[in-house]
Design a protein around this ligand. Structure first.
Ligand SMILES: O=c1[nH]cnc2c1ncn2[C@H]1C[C@H](O)[C@@H](COP(=O)(O)OP(=O)(O)O)O1
Length: 233
């Protein structure tokens, strides 16, 4: 087999992952938009699919904090946080792309846990990047979640694209910041932060009020951090 090398292939997708996206850069697409894209063979855009696997469990963590369960994310090769998933290959549909990528990145057993098309909860267009992002959500039991996590160590891309699977802390500590709001202050790939918020709301793990409180705590922290950094300059 001729080795084509990854250089030319990767350089084409370099721009998609650049940091600095805002949530306003992404437009939420309707079902009609998606049907139209499918009829056009998903062209002329590049597409990517990512999925959130979670379990719900009402728990009092350390007898103190209300924990809602866990959601799975990953530390990516580029140092940002994201969901398992990736770019669609020629001839694929978004759901095929998702299942292929989840097998490669987290070793998902597709005979047991393949995602289905009706688990897509949102799709977004980034016009500037000509990129459509499809986002899927899957609920599993706690036991299945732990087994899936263990299996990630044997995934073909573990240690290459996926540097580690992480659990999103779904609780807030007494200072109102540590836990989920502090988690939101990390660097995320693409619109993964918005997807996380959307996914947790769609799963009804957060009430509107709890989510607004968490987002406010995270944004206040970022604002205060920038103020302090500016003062120190
Ligand atoms: O979790 C994510 N949510 C939304 N957008 C994401 C996420 N992870 C990455 N991205 C963006 C930015 C990336 O460059 C493109 C392509 O995804 P990626 O997973 O890097 O694709 P490959 O593994 O290189 O095929 O989507």
């Amino acid at each position: 087999m001729t080795d084509i090398g990854w250089g030319p292939v990767l350089s084409e997708s370099e721009g998609y992952g650049r940091l600095g996206d805002n949530s306003d850069d992404y437009t939420l697409l309707t079902h009609q938009d998606i049907d139209k894209l499918a009829r056009a063979g998903y062209k002329p855009h590049q597409h990517a699919s990512h999925g959130m696997i979670f379990f719900r469990k009402q728990n009092k963590l350390w007898d103190l904090y209300e924990q809602k369960g866990f959601a799975m994310m990953q530390m990516r090769f580029d140092g940002t946080l994201g969901f398992p998933g990736g770019l669609m290959d020629e001839g694929e549909a978004p759901i095929q792309c998702l299942n292929r990528e989840l097998h490669e990145e987290i070793g998902l057993d597709l005979t047991k846990h393949a995602f289905s098309d009706d688990e897509r909860i949102a799709s977004y267009l980034h016009e500037g990047k000509n990129l459509v992002l499809h986002f899927y959500l899957k609920e599993v039991s706690a036991e299945e979640f732990f087994a899936l996590e263990t299996n990630t160590l044997h995934a073909p891309e573990y240690g290459i694209e996926t540097l580690g699977i992480i659990r999103v802390p779904l609780f807030t500590m007494g200072d109102g910041l540590r836990g989920f709001p502090a988690f939101l202050t990390n660097h995320f790939a693409g619109n993964a932060r918005s997807e996380l918020i959307t996914g947790l709301m769609a799963a009804k793990l957060f009430t509107q009020e709890d989510m607004e409180k968490a987002i406010k705590a995270y944004k206040d922290f970022i604002k205060n951090r920038s103020l302090i950094e500016n003062m120190l300059e």
